[in-house]
Every structure is written in C-alpha cells, then in structure tokens.
Design a protein around this ligand. Structure first.
Ligand SMILES: [Cu+2]
Length: 496
C-alpha cells in the first residue's frame, strides 16, 4: 500500500512538473519537460526508501585538473573622476570547453566579475552600467546598505542605463558578493555569469596576520555548477528546473576542470556557493581537517576545526588549510560528499608566513537578545513553483512586514515539510547581517556562531535569529535557491 501511495504522489508531481514547463516556456517546453522530469523522477526512485530526495539528484563530474584556477582581477579604483569604481554588466564569450565558445554574461569582462575590495569606514561611489539588452540590477549580497542602493527588484536599470550609487562601508571584514536581482530573472542572469566577489577589510583583520596575499595564499573560490549543451552553450531554458537548476559540470571562478597551485604552509580559501541551487559538502580527500575562520559576514571568534563543511546557495565560509601537516599531499583535492573531485591541489615549493590566531573576533549573542520574544514568524513551504513564505508568493506591491531601524527583533524561521519530505531552503535577508540564536531550540553549531546573511533550513527546522537593520528602506528576504526566489518564495520588509 505504502509504495503504491508513493508512486501516486510521484505521478502527481511529474504531471505538475509538465504543467509548469508547458505554461512558462511555450516552444522550449518539450525540451525542458524531459530534462526536468528526468531529474525529478530519477531522484524520486533513488529516494524511494523514505521520500523523494530533493537533494542534488544530478552528480558532478570530477575535475581533471587540466586548468589552473582563474583568480579574478581586483577591480582598480579610479584615480580621477567623480566615481571610485565602474561596474558594467555586459555580454561576452568564453572558451570553456575545448574548441567551443560559450555565450556568457560578465561584469567588466566576458564572464563573471572582478573582486571589489572595500574598507570599513570608507564612502564609495560606484557607477553601475547596464550594457545588456534586458533589465538588470546590482545587488550587494551581505552589505549593510540603505534599501535604495541594495539593488533589489525595485531598482532596475534598463538596457543602456547607468546609475551612480553611494554608500558608507560600516561593517567588519568579510567575504560578500554581488549579483543581479531583477524581477523574475535573477536565476537566468546569474546562471549566464553575473556574479562577483566583494571583500570588506578592516584594521582588526589586518592585524591578525592571517593568510592575506591575494592569489598567493588567499584565494577566492566561487563554486557554480552548470550544464552545457552539445554545442557548448549555457542554455538556461534547456537546463531549467523549477526546484533549482543544476549542472553536471563544476566551474570554480569560471574555470572548468580547475586545479589550484598553492605554496607550502597555510592557505586561505574564501568559499562562496554561487550556484543556483546546488548544496556542497566539502572535505579534503585525505580526510584531514581544516579550520573555518569566517562565516558569511565576518570572522568567527576562534577557528573551528572541520572535517566537512556544508554550504547551501549564497552561503560563504573562509577556511584555512595548512598544507604542511597533511597526509597524501601528492593526491590532495577538495572533494564533495560523493567523493567527486572539485578542486585538486598542487603544492609547490613557495613559502609564505601567516598565522591562525586563537582569538579572531568578539562576536556575541547577548543575554538580552536571547530573551527577546519572537516578534516575526516566517514559514517556508513548498517545492518547484509551488513555493511560499507564510502561504504567500512575492508581490512587488505588498509590504509583508515592517521593523524600526536600529531595533533588534527576534524572527523565528520554520521549514514546513511537504508530503514528499521537503527540501532545504537557504534563507537570505537583504541589507544586514544577523545572528543565529538557536536551531531547533538548541545552541547552533560552532561554525554558525558568527554573522550570517543566509541560513540553511532543513525540512522541519526551526531557527531563531536576532536581527536589526542599520539603514532604512525596503528589503527582500527569500529562499536563495534562485528558481524558488524567481517563483515567488520571497517577501519584503520595510525598515523605517
Ligand atoms: Cu527554496
């Protein structure tokens, strides 16, 4: 009886998938339907023991390590003129697969973007330019900024338009990122290549002697999975999955089949999950542990030794690997929980000197914050295009909640399981960083005891966070599976 029920549910889900593809894409729907339905049906069969397995049904291919990892250029500061930086969203071409060019999007280049390094305390003026032939926005993920420069769907730039934005950098050292956030088109534009990293630096982090030589012992590691067509294109429509578009090939900083040459000693990797939907659980192939030193929004109080680290879409973690003390350095790679090789390492004879201090920061959830009553409750629910927050889909003309600027409130987030078990939703809030108070009533794991702007909720999870906004404006909060966001798993809060 039980298995008959499961098959019935699967049949209903499959027909629903077919329904969404047909209605949303017209001509492409046959393509989309088969790809889409495949993934789901297969995952369903794999997961027949309990419920349909929503979690990464499509495995990644190993990196063969043929290409040295690209390290994005640092965005140069203008020395003249009235803006500090210029960022242009544009179309391009990239050689990713042998003998084939891929049409891409990029910032100030063909694919992805430069790294923007800002310092706490400075005021920056950035000229944002849209050289695409569709609307886009410039969203600063993780940055404490007023709502009108946050780059949400209310601030579109039309093709050919430019806008100068100005803001103060008030927060502490962290690895943030920027990407587009136009209404209903975020997932496709990110998929095509619009994403860049944004580093904040401050005096305190400078004083710690952490590995910080960019491209030498301090590397950006932007993880994105993509599916290529036979002709080498990134065809978003063909790859589309309403539960989150996955690919079987991993690009790290836009490099296919990457390897990373590193010096001896301690090396810092700034891991950014820039994928539309894939979760990564990373580990060292040798089984050795590494140290996590930072979360989404800043340094942890002390390094946390980790054997594996899970990053859901938009989450970041800075880790330090000490290549001096490892087993099997010859064959060392960053791998995922399937054992897939994500990033092989080649240790050269370069020497660097740095430390991992025992004390890194003074982050704290205060007793007062812990004792605040819950004033906002958000229930995440659903899958595919049937995703909601508190039973509602995003409406640009509806403000869902309000909060006073500078006032700390406690929000309770829950992920309501569905009849198939449910799926992980990475929940992101714009314009601020928050503190995780508890997960299912318990102390959060040590590597969650730092500033966060995205927190992963497993099915059934209940997470309490303390949150305040330093600036005013309208901000989005949403699931960072980009297809869920575009399908309406998003709300807005007005801070005044
Ligand atoms: Cu979601």
């Amino acid at each position: 009886m039980k298995s008959l029920m499961k098959w019935l549910i699967l049949a209903v889900i499959s027909s629903l998938i077919a329904g969404c593809s047909m209605s949303s894409t017209g001509e492409e729907s046959t393509d989309k339907h088969s790809e889409n339905g495949m993934n789901h049906d297969m995952s369903g069969m794999d997961g027949m023991d309990g419920h349909m397995d929503h979690d990464n049904p499509l495995p990644l291919k190993d990196s063969n390590g043929f290409n040295e990892l690209a390290v994005s250029p640092l965005l140069e500061k203008n020395t003249a003129g009235d803006v500090d930086y210029t960022l242009t969203a544009q179309k391009g071409n990239q050689l990713l697969l042998e003998g084939q060019t891929t049409e891409t999007y990029g910032y100030n280049g063909d694919f992805l973007g430069p790294v923007l390094k800002l310092r706490q305390g400075e005021t920056v003026r950035i000229k944002t330019v849209n050289a695409l032939d569709e609307d886009t926005t410039f969203h600063w993920h993780g940055l404490d900024v007023p709502g009108d420069v946050d780059g949400g769907p209310h601030n579109p730039l039309k093709p050919g338009e430019e806008r100068i934005i100005e803001f103060n950098v008030t927060q502490e050292a962290a690895t943030l990122w920027f990407h587009p956030h136009p209404h209903g088109k975020t997932s496709e534009q990110v998929y095509k290549g619009l994403a860049g990293l944004l580093y904040i630096e401050d005096e305190h982090s400078d004083s710690l002697n952490l590995p910080s030589d960019y491209g030498i012992n301090d590397f950006p590691v932007l993880l994105q999975d993509r599916a290529f067509t036979k002709t080498g294109e990134l065809n978003y429509e063909a790859a589309y999955n309403s539960d989150g578009t996955l690919g079987d090939r991993l690009l790290v900083n836009g490099t296919l089949d990457p390897k990373l040459s590193v010096p001896q000693g301690k090396v810092r990797l700034r891991l950014v999950n820039g994928s539309n939907a894939r979760n990564y659980t990373v580990a060292l192939s040798s089984g050795d542990s590494f140290q996590q030193i930072a979360t989404d929004g800043g340094l942890l109080n002390e390094p946390v030794a980790m054997d594996t680290l899970k990053l859901t879409p938009a989450e970041r973690a800075e880790i330090i690997i000490d290549f001096d003390g490892l087993q099997d350095v010859e064959n060392l790679s960053l791998v995922d929980d399937q054992g897939t090789i994500l990033l092989p390492f080649a240790v050269n004879d370069g020497q660097t000197s740095s430390e991992i201090p025992a004390k890194l920061n003074s982050f704290e959830v205060t007793g007062e914050e812990r004792n605040l009553p819950v004033t906002k409750r958000l229930e995440l629910f659903g899958m595919m295009d049937m995703v909601t927050i508190n039973g509602k889909k995003f409406d640009m003309n509806r403000i869902d909640m309000t909060q006073k600027v500078g006032e700390t409130e406690v929000w309770e987030l829950t992920n309501k399981p569905d009849p198939m078990g449910g799926m992980i939703h990475p929940f992101h809030i714009h314009g601020t960083q928050f503190k995780v108070i508890s997960v299912n009533g318990k102390e959060p794991d040590d590597n969650l005891k730092g500033w966060k702007d995205t927190v992963a909720l497993e099915p059934g999870d209940r997470v309490k966070i303390a949150i305040s906004f330093k600036n005013k404006g309208v901000y989005m909060y949403h699931c960072h599976i980009l297809e869920h966001e575009d399908n309406g798993m998003m709300g807005q809060i007005e801070v005044n």
